[in-house]
Ligand binder design. Structure first.
Ligand SMILES: Cc1ncc(COP(=O)(O)O)c(C=O)c1O
Length: 384
């Protein structure tokens, strides 16, 4: 089994991406969703070869990307896709905006389910629509879609929902039954479901992840999925995502997008994504999932032992932890104090919606040493 270990801190500090440039060196950055692992070997080899021969031109119209993703989806999720129904674009955000622009008229409402990835609010606005908030329901042990709330929103005219599957920041893998019910609701009210599945390759084994388009026939008719290798394989800067559909009407809508939407795909993103989705990278992805599993459990141990006021549910997917620090009484936005006095950069809870007051989001896609040091720094603030 391949062991996937984060790079040492000294090497990470040589990186020039947002995570490593936003704050001075005395701050541990656990905010933006980048990971600290080396690239999967197949990706490094592919990119190195492209560099060696200057393969930096426009993306090819005929590339094996769609087939690579189709095979990946079949192997990893048992999801059968017709490769002719896939279209690439620069990133998941762009795919979401372009689809929302076409399934809504200006000023129509799109449901989002806070607490949720903050740019969702902006993406809906960029598409010319308005946000309708239907928060996730907290059952006491899990978060789930509020299907009654979504039904009311659709009944009152919301035209689409922007689903996050798995959900950022809670790491929730939505249950098959609630996705199936959502698809039926959307069909009943003629609404579209745009499913952001960027964290899907990081769903932990046994958590029951289902791609939205695979839940039932209704989902195939109402759904658009936007997927990418970028979170699992840390390729966000290379710019490549895929829009997936499963029905003639939805496919023709995506096919009708301006050709420029597809041309904005990055050449390195496309090449790296083909390598990421290839069978050759499966062992690396399995190794990453094991490391993230250890990290999500380590975080629980550290919080239980050192910061018992913190409330944290182990996420089903991904490398983001949604931690409730309300009991520490550090205000609505505890990440501010943690940054200022503890020198740990976390994502601000309230940025995810009002439900995020008192919360922080911590990125554990790093080494056990960095996670431990971060929690020690935060713990040192208690009672200070
Ligand atoms: C749920 C979700 N969607 C979209 C994005 C951004 O993706 P992209 O860079 O492909 O637009 C992120 C980044 O963390 C995310 O968590």
């Amino acid at each position: 089994m391949l062991e996937v270990k984060a790079l040492p801190l000294a090497e990470l500090r040589r990186r020039s991406s947002e995570k490593w440039r936003e704050y001075p060196e005395d701050v541990l950055p656990l905010f933006v969703a980048e990971t600290d692992f080396p690239l999967a070997p197949a990706i490094s080899a592919t990119l190195q070869q492209a560099l060696d021969i200057g393969d930096t031109g426009y993306i090819a119209s005929r590339s094996p990307l769609a087939e690579a993703y189709t095979d990946f989806a079949q192997r990893r999720f048992g999801w059968t896709i017709d490769p002719s129904r896939l279209r690439s674009t620069a990133d998941v955000s762009m795919g979401i905006v372009e689809i929302l622009r076409r399934v809504t008229q200006p000023g129509e409402r799109v449901v989002v389910t806070p607490p949720v990835y903050p740019p969702f609010y902006d993406l809906v606005a960029e598409a010319g629509a308005e946000v309708e908030r239907v928060p996730l329901r907290d059952t006491g042990t899990r978060w789930e879609l509020d299907l009654d709330g979504i039904r009311s929103a659709f009944a009152e005219g919301a035209r689409a929902i922007l689903l996050c599957n798995p959900h950022n920041p809670t790491g929730t893998v939505h249950e098959h039954e609630s996705l199936a019910a959502l698809a039926e609701l959307a069909e009943e009210f003629g609404a579209a479901v745009v499913s952001d599945e960027i964290h899907a390759p990081l769903a932990q084994p046994g958590t029951g992840f289902t791609p939205f388009l695979a839940v039932n026939d209704a989902a195939q008719r109402v759904g658009f999925a936007v997927v990418s290798a970028s979170k699992a394989f840390n390729l966000a800067g290379l710019k490549c995502a895929l829009m997936v559909t499963a029905d003639d009407a939805t496919s023709s809508l995506v096919r009708g997008l301006p050709v420029e939407v597809e041309w904005r795909t990055g050449q390195f993103g496309l090449l790296a994504s083909i390598a990421a989705f290839s069978e050759e990278s499966d062992e690396w992805l399995d190794g990453l999932l094991r490391t993230l599993d250890e990290n999500r459990l380590l975080l629980e141990d550290l919080l239980v032992t050192h910061l018992p006021g913190a409330r944290y549910r182990i996420p089903d997917a991904g490398y983001l932890a949604w931690i409730d620090l309300t009991a520490l009484e550090w205000g609505d936005n505890p990440a501010r104090r943690i940054l200022r006095e503890g020198k740990v950069a976390l994502h601000y809870g309230p940025a995810f919606g009002d439900e995020g007051r008192g919360y922080v989001r911590l990125n554990f896609g790093t080494s056990p040493e960095i996670i431990t040091e971060a929690i020690e720094r935060i713990t040192a603030l208690v009672g200070r």
